[in-house]
Design a protein around this ligand. Sequence first.
Ligand SMILES: Nc1ncnc2c1ncn2[C@@H]1O[C@H](COP(=O)(O)OP(=O)(O)OP(=O)(O)O)[C@@H](O)[C@H]1O
Ligand SMILES: C[C@H](N)[C@H](N)CCCCCC(=O)O
Ligand SMILES: [Mg+2]
Length: 210
Amino acid sequence: MTNRIFITGIGTGVGKTISSAIITESLQADYWKPVQTGLTEGTDTDTIKSLLSNPVSKCHREAYCLKEPASPHLAARLEGITINVKRITEIADTYQPANRPFIIEGAGGLMVPITDTIFTIDLIRQLKARVIIVAGNYLGSINHSLLTASVLKQEKIPVLGWIFSGDTHSNEDEVVAWSGFPKLGRIPQASHIDKAFVKEQAEKLSLQLK
Ligand SMILES: Nc1ncnc2c1ncn2[C@@H]1O[C@H](COP(=O)(O)OP(=O)(O)OP(=O)(O)O)[C@@H](O)[C@H]1O
Ligand SMILES: C[C@H](N)[C@H](N)CCCCCC(=O)O
Ligand SMILES: [Mg+2]
């Protein structure tokens, strides 16, 4: 699917959902979080719904909503189930908008297990999606960024580029140079995140997809 974009991150809590809201708004895309883990603080889908203002985007229902805020494979095990990855790819095909982008957000980073043998990167391949990598800015993020980039290259997954999330990354240019993936944009650290912030950032984001 050329217009199917998987939003991964260099880890969890790096800004994938906020970046997904901005990308979804920018492209008037549909959004989907196939596997949500952790429900007590609300879901990523709820966050996205609260931040979009365009009349076109649809937020689709998760395939799995698991209680434990943990890796999907573990959260599923704690509920006595195994995630069916084939079911996720079949549902994706039913949700795929005909001629608009489809934004799919992962849980955590690339090597997060969906089952005991299938990792997030395998799901990306089965979804035939291209990838946007969201990089947070913290001590250690260079290593996490380049590890993520090298796995994507090794596995020949098509990558659209980086979204740098948070304060200016002193190592942004180096991560772009070392990885060979383009910078698509940077989401500044905001004191408050609302529809207006997302709309403003969506207008700024120069996604190659447009
Ligand atoms: N640009 C930003 N400015 C301020 N706060 C931000 C920004 N981006 C993300 N945050 C905050 O950081 C936290 C983690 O962000 P987010 O939920 O997008 O991470 P995530 O990568 O989607 O996490 P998960 O792996 O759980 O899906 C949230 O509280 C979010 O509101
Ligand atoms: C609970 C939160 N919503 C995250 N999406 C879950 C991320 C799992 C990360 C697993 C890991 O890398 O150790
Ligand atoms: Mg998220």
